[in-house]
Write a protein that binds this ligand. Sequence first.
Ligand code: GDP
Length: 433
Amino acid sequence: YPIVAIVGRPNVGKSTIFNRIAGDRISIVEDTPGVTRDRIYTRAEWLTREFRLIDTGGIDMSDEPFMSQIVQQAEIAIDEADVIVFMVSAIEGLTDADERVAKILYRSNKPVVLAVNKVDNVEKRADIYDFYALGFGEPFPISGSHGTGLGDLLDEVMGHFPEKEENVEDQTIRFSFIGRPNVGKSSLVNAILGEERVIVSDIAGTTRDAIDTRFTTPEGDEFTMVDTAGIRKRGKVYESTEKYSVMRAMRAIDDSNVVLMVLNAEEGIRDQDKHVAGYAHEAGRAVIILVNKWDTLEKDNHTMGEFEDLIRTEFQYLSYAPIIFVSAKTKQRLDKIPALIKRVNENHQRRIQSSTLNEVIMDALALNPAPNMNGKRLRVYYATQVAVQPPTFVVFVNEPELMHFSYERFLENQIRKAFDFTGTPIHLIKRAR
Ligand code: GDP
């Protein structure tokens, strides 16, 4: 998906515009347990074209001086985005800080669309022409509080999107490592690429500096490791800010089929791990949990079991994700990773024939008939798979409200017992027949 970043000095109204463009989707995100409420990255859509939106202003670097914050936010936009929306304010007019941002953006070679916010009434429109001086062509007047002007702005932004990629040819398994800083993602990337002798190519991203690395295992399986550039790039201050790393993770999740969620055995589980895991789950990707730095622990017969229990308690919504204990340093169990990715990827795309599926459902009903609710009994007629990645099943019933959450869970578990869905979420949709 093309990425659009909003930049500008503080108080020009970036977050208001971000929320307006993100629209309804935000409430969907908020309902998911385990997901952080602070959003700087969101899915968005304009005229049926889907894209991703970043609010660089939401990346808090409060310990930095004012100007250096602005500079860093502009740099993030330049690194991450396909198109940059440079926002200024009609009320305050042109400021030194605006000019500072302009200078950085000017050197970037990324398309920049200039938006003048807070143009709430038409008479004020004349003032926006001062902003031509910034050197980004026609300024687009918008109003965050009234929601006006956004259509024209987005039309312009969309005009700069790269051509839609035809990735029909990509038969490889796309996966990414995600996790907070220092859990060992880059070490794992390097260790795994070191093991796989046959590195085919580095594929440069379109305009971003995302780099996918493709490799083939000795068994002949082809993989694409997503966003290795983002992981390998080092030394920028903003790497360590939580929101920035969560944003990076969300981007990698978007581009992958299988997500390897990396934890650090030495440090246990932190809140930030939960935020990242929540996004992976919400996106419906296949997930594997890697506990890295396993070499650092003094272990006895219980250590692994205890760590596993901790993970299962802290990430209940990821109960389908297999857990593997590894070390990038000693290479312990790294050789198991490609086969595990391949397996969960197959499960993520698994299709079950309706006849087979219904045998499982009927057996489940016989084993544990649906309980009465308010004197009414749930009837389950038929189920059918309607999608893959993740596998999604529609269950036709007499009244959807009669299917209690726990019964839904039971049906899901019976489906999981009958088929290998390790590593993938499965979705059940209840429909009245
Ligand atoms: P990233 O920020 O997630 O990419 O983490 P890095 O790969 O940069 O690793 C952070 C630190 O942990 C580095 O000092 C690594 O050498 C160290 N490290 C990574 N994996 C392991 C491991 O399996 N065992 C040990 N003992 N140290 C590791």
